[in-house]
Design a protein around this ligand. Structure first.
Ligand SMILES: [Cu+2]
Length: 461
């Protein structure tokens, strides 16, 4: 079986190389952001949509592909697009977190995905400071799947797959979006209605003895998911920026806003239907007094349903990705994540007086200030120290990073969003490659980003 599988996949790889002799056709995508009524799990609700859908259309890309995305703003406030996790030029390039497309206006995004871009699961969402949380929590987000030749060569490209795009919505009884309270905004708003790729509790089919690949994206503005599958463990094959070097087994997966995980499920149980759940997760520690948020409850995200035999029983390759650990960082930078009451003259642009301000190294976001200046081609360690009682998932645009373990070695997998637990520290290693310009790093609890927990990053030659 193993040998047959190997022959089949190497033939597929050869075919793929022949196909790749011609350039992939340009990807052309038209998006309109607008408020719309949509059917979500049988309920008519009014959300913020791309092309009338939640999530927006999935964008499938290949390394080296030319991409043209036209975004029309049908909202009543400014918007833009961030291509979360893609290695693209920051401002003034295509992945410009500072761009504001006014209501009624449109913008054309043009870029070529680098030829050496890793395959993986990415996503797009708006990123205008002050509007990010409201727009993403309203539904504006969509998946981007980059398919590389490596997956074909490894034989994982033909495993049946589903994109599980997780979003949560807080709705009024009349089906319109609820306005967040001050406390919601401080904690990071969550909604009780959880949807997976625009469906409530979808059925995900798996063949008996077969494999199912789940590309799970946390597209919520603040909610953490703690994934588990009844009577099954997961095999983790990929994280934010593509395949891990060695697949590993996990019973539960904590997935913070912005993070992605690629899982294989093995259909090796009795035929039936199994609950795919998010188990409780407490993202606020005690010590915050009245602001303490209880652990979220267990939520059923969907079901894995067995559909009969003739599944693919080939083994999962022992080695997948070929990511090398980054070494020799030139320096270590420290970023202290903090919070304070707003209006204290700390440069909190866009922060409402009396609101909690979220800070990095004591400062709230100011787009006119350069917080961090780095040199193209350099490798650096960044340490995030969380001085607050809330977990903060930190995301860096433009270049992915690797997580540095206690021994000082970087794990060979590309991440772009990492959990920094309350009162703890997390170190990552990154290299500023290919692109100069103005980028950002921020908490991906988007209410925190909107309230100041973001810094500017200038990459220079
Ligand atoms: Cu945060």
């Amino acid at each position: 079986m193993q040998r047959r599988h190997f022959l089949r996949s190497s033939a597929a790889a050869t075919a793929s190389r022949l196909l790749r002799a011609t350039e992939p056709a340009p990807a052309v995508v038209d998006l309109t952001a607008a408020r719309n009524w949509v059917n979500l799990g049988g309920r008519l609700v009014e959300l913020l949509t791309y092309n009338g859908r939640v999530p927006g259309p999935r964008i499938d890309l290949r390394p080296g592909q030319d991409v043209k995305i036209r975004l029309r703003n049908g909202l009543t406030e400014p918007t833009n697009l961030h291509f979360h996790g893609l290695h693209l030029a920051p401002s003034p390039g295509p992945d410009d977190a500072f761009l504001r497309i006014p209501p009624g206006d449109e913008h054309e995004y043009r870029f070529t995905l680098p030829l050496n871009h890793p395959g993986g699961t990415f996503w797009y969402h708006p990123h205008v400071h002050g509007y990010s949380a409201g727009q993403v929590a309203g539904g504006l987000a969509g998946a981007i799947v980059v398919r590389s030749d490596l997956e074909t060569e490894l034989g994982v490209a033909d495993i049946p797959e589903r994109v599980v795009f997780l979003q949560d919505f807080d709705l009024l009884p009349n089906g319109t979006l609820a306005a967040p309270s001050v406390s919601d905004v401080i904690q990071g708003r969550e909604g009780p209605l959880v949807a997976a790729s625009g469906e409530t509790m979808p059925e995900l089919a798996i063949r008996q003895d077969g494999l199912l690949r789940l590309r799970v994206i946390n597209g919520s503005s603040s909610r953490f998911y703690n994934l588990s599958l009844e009577e099954h463990s997961f095999v983790v094959i990929g994280v934010d920026g593509g395949l891990v070097r060695s697949p590993f087994e996990a019973e539960t997966i904590a997935l913070t806003p912005g993070e992605r995980i690629e899982l294989l499920v093995r259909g090796n149980r009795n035929p039936g239907s199994y609950r795919f759940r998010s188990l409780p997760y407490a993202r606020t520690r005690s010590g915050m007094g009245s602001l303490r948020l209880p652990a979220s409850t267990s939520i059923e995200l969907g079901r894995i349903v067995y559909t009969g035999g003739e599944g693919r029983s080939s083994p999962i390759p022992a080695q997948l990705g070929s990511v090398s650990p980054l070494t020799n960082p030139r320096l270590l930078r420290r970023f202290v994540l903090g919070q304070s009451m707003g209006g204290l003259g700390l440069g909190m642009v866009g922060t409402r007086p009396g609101m909690m301000a979220f800070t990095i190294n004591g400062l709230g976001f100011d787009m006119d200030r350069i917080d961090t200046q780095v040199q193209l081609g350099e490798t650096e360690d960044w340490e995030f120290l969380n001085s607050t009682a809330m977990d903060h998932p930190m995301h860096v645009h433009t270049n992915a990073f690797q997580i540095v373990g206690p021994g000082g070695t970087a794990a060979p997998a590309w991440k772009d969003t990492v959990l920094v637990k309350a009162g703890e520290r997390t170190r990552v290693r990154t290299r500023f490659e290919d692109f100069t310009g103005l980028s950002v790093y921020h908490c991906h609890i988007l209410d925190h980003e909107d309230q100041g927990m973001m810094g500017t990053l200038r990459i220079e030659t």
